[in-house]
Write a protein that binds this ligand. Structure first.
Ligand code: HPA
Length: 277
């Protein structure tokens, strides 16, 4: 590892999978858990779910794990947790998402997913807070992600790595989630680069090309999770209607507030779904 880079993933000569393997061995050492079964990334509004999933057996600051960095945003939790569920599953909770808009490159964005895979996790649960295009949704509505449109123009795959993305957001896992809440709707998630919210014209474009949800995360992570062979379940919390669909301006405060208001209900939902995995 070179000393020139504050994060080893920033060294273009480094192998991101080797760094993920190192991170996984840090997690094993720091949590005492040899292998995790499920990984869970908590986005805006989903933070309380961890408490309901099971017993937290270890909490580690993300900065102690190779390749992770402190969160860019106050209110985003910079820690990793190991949880033991009542059914004996080990869940790795990632509260330290690196967003694409931070500008550190895709390797840093998907490092948590690759690390989760290297800890043994076979299921990746990705959650986020996002804007809704369907007018039947209101702030506080949780929805399943059925597919995505990656509008970042980027990819976590390097070189001629051709990977099938059919059924990327597992139909089996969506059906399983609906056994807990049959009213769960679903939609196609459009990942924009951000950090600015979309213009109303961009939202109209997203709708025209088949999108229902707009956000700034998840799609790149899902691609990396598929590359790693994981089965993926995606949830968006609709924190606001997308720009131009709602007539009032969007604000980060509104997004956080909607997340906090919905947190008890969606956390319970998520914990119950994870109990079935
Ligand atoms: N757009 C993009 N990202 C978001 C939004 C939105 O409307 N709401 C919460 N995250």
């Amino acid at each position: 590892m070179s000393d020139t880079y504050s994060n080893p993933l920033d060294d273009p000569a480094a192998d991101p999978f080797e760094i993920a393997a190192q991170a996984a061995s840090d997690i094993t050492r720091l949590t005492g858990v040899e292998q995790h079964d499920i990984a869970l990334t908590l986005g805006s509004g989903w933070g309380k779910a961890a408490e309901l999933v099971g017993e937290t057996t270890a909490t580690i600051p993300a900065t102690e794990v190779t390749g992770f960095s402190a969160p860019a945003l106050a209110g985003h939790v910079g820690s990793l947790r190991s949880i033991l569920t009542p059914t004996g599953k080990r869940v790795l909770v990632i509260g330290a998402r690196t967003h694409y808009y931070e500008g550190h490159g895709v390797r840093r964005v998907v490092h948590s997913v690759r690390t989760a895979a290297a800890t043994g996790a076979k299921t990746m649960v990705l959650t986020n807070g996002a804007g809704g295009i369907k007018t039947t949704w209101s702030p506080g509505t949780p929805v399943l992600i059925s597919d995505h449109i990656n509008l970042t123009g980027d990819s976590p795959l390097e070189g001629a790595t051709f990977i099938d993305l059919t059924d990327l957001y597992s139909t089996r896992l969506r059906d399983l989630a609906r056994t807990i809440d049959p009213s769960l709707d679903e939609g196609v998630y459009c990942q924009f680069r951000g950090p600015q919210y979309e213009t109303p014209a961009e939202v109209r474009m997203a709708k025209t090309i088949g999108g229902h949800i707009v956000g700034m995360s998840t799609a790149l992570e899902a691609i990396a999770a598929r590359q790693a062979g994981m089965e993926i379940l995606g949830f968006s919390l609709i924190t606001n209607l997308a720009a131009g669909i709602q007539t009032t301006p969007l604000s980060h405060a509104e997004v956080i507030e909607a997340g906090q208001a919905a947190e008890p209900v969606i956390s319970d939902l998520l914990a119950r779904v994870i109990g079935l995995l």
